[in-house]
Design a protein around this ligand. Sequence first.
Ligand code: F6R
Length: 613
Amino acid sequence: MCGIIGYIGKRDALPILLEGLRCMEYRGYDSAGVAVISKNAVTCVRAKGRVALLKEKCLTETLEGAVGIGHTRWATHGEPNERNAHPQRDCMGDVFIAHNGIIENHQPLKDHLIKKGHKFLSETDTEVISHLIEEYDKKEKDFPKAVRLALKDFHGAFGIVVLSRKHPGVLVAARFGSPLILGIGKEEYVVASDANAVLPVTNRVIYLNDGDMATLSGSAYEISDFRNGGGTQKRKKTTIEWTSSAAELGGYPHFMLKEIMGQPQSLRDTMRGRLLSHEGTVKFGGLEPFEKRMRALQHITLAAMGTASFTCLIGEYAIEELAGIPAKREIGSEFAFRSSTVNAESALLAVSQSGETADTLNAIREAKRRGALTLGIVNVVGSTMAREVDGGIYNHVGPEIAVASTKATTSQALLQIMLALYLGRLRGMVSRSEGQAIVAEMQRLPKHVEKILKSKERIKVLAKKYKKCEDFFLLGRKYNVSAALEGALKLKECAYAHAEGCSTTELKHGPISLIVPNLPSIVVVPRDALYEKNKSSVEELKARKGPVIAITTEGNKELEKIADAVLYIPKTLEMLTPILAIIPMQLLAYYLAVERGNDVDKPRNLAKSVTVE
Ligand code: F6R
């Protein structure tokens, strides 16, 4: 939510800032801005809308200088317009700040500063930061100290980058609750919310911790803890393995399509080196130290938000089925409110693509307070979640750029089933031969997905046919309730269609009254133990003249006589079915969004990483 960047070095800052903002645009895209120090002045340019508009606007300004900051916004306080765009400034136009997060106590601080004569120009919570730094800077002549003193007054979450006209050789960045990565180049530094924005400059990075403040000059950097007097902190440097080309379109019209089509590979990458075919189990390096504790687990809570939380419905079933451990999905934001039985004999499994979702992080912290083992399935390497959980499992699917999750989703689902198998084998609930059979089916998944992707042209035709429909139902049972909920979310966020996902049987308990001839239902009806019951539900929908797109198992031609359209997925294990069933739904959402002229990769009002509660 909001992307921030700062650069100090020998090169022109502007192109680096703009490229970094472009890479981070998925984090928020309602307005953007940059501020660059050149000679003794700061030039600040802001625009409502996308980074491309900001770039155009910058062409008409002189923005030469080797120190600058930038921001791409997802509005929290104050509507998206130029006045509320960042960088925000102090009264004198000396201090400029780019901020990601929320300053919860901004109102009392603002009231206090107004009494002291400060003039505020925006409705943002951020502006208070620049004024408070201005206030401290009057007393201290040491700019980093002024920033540190100001930061101690804030409650809430922030990642900031700040520069000052009066101190042109320094850039200060700090984090508390919002991600920040410091890139260390040769006599140049770049700091940003996302590694992709750092990569065009360097792949040597430090993932800053909460409380870290980095003071950067052109030739040196220092990291201190702003909360306790500013003592120097030592932080480990890491090398990022992927290149910035992973975040390019590679010939596809949209990242969403690229990521959907990339799923055979992303599933292979998720499994690579982890499946032990002979042993019929799975190996997770990050979990090895906790084997003893995992053998004795009494309960597992799966916590996540949005798409990630729908995948937890698969994990919940699979952990109970394969490992015999009672498992419960919990919406991350609600976990802390429950007087649940989570304790030292429990584990909390957090699932998150970004590893920065505030609500899921809160669940982890609450589980830690209750003494539980914390585990994480996370895609972004070095993210806060990856560093905070006791035992981590990376997705290894590379950067997911489209705001709507696709390749991370299928990887999250698969990893939860892999985890369930690992626990089942560890606790003696699954025999070696049963494990071998499950592993073999997992290995077939990428080929199955390749086959499903071949039906994309058919799905495109269906999208054209149903493009005017405003409401959809997405239905499935058992493991496929997850696919139904996820399919509905994809239709909402990408196609801006009202879509409801639920259990096929739940329909009869009320929602079926909505069925009319222009309300299509997409129903997952695999040839499994529930097939006859699901088929009856399709009949019930058709009896009420509701159009049905059925997703069923290859070879099952029976539904062609009943449903309006049938899409096929290869036969697999029941628990792996949703990983396949979700693919046609992703494609349908994508093509509907294209048909409706929506901004597929950056749907309205959204941001990829939700770092505020
Ligand atoms: C929807 C989507 C979101 C995320 C949710 C959690 O396509 O991507 O619903 O799943 O915001 O995000 P992460 O996985 O980063 O914790």
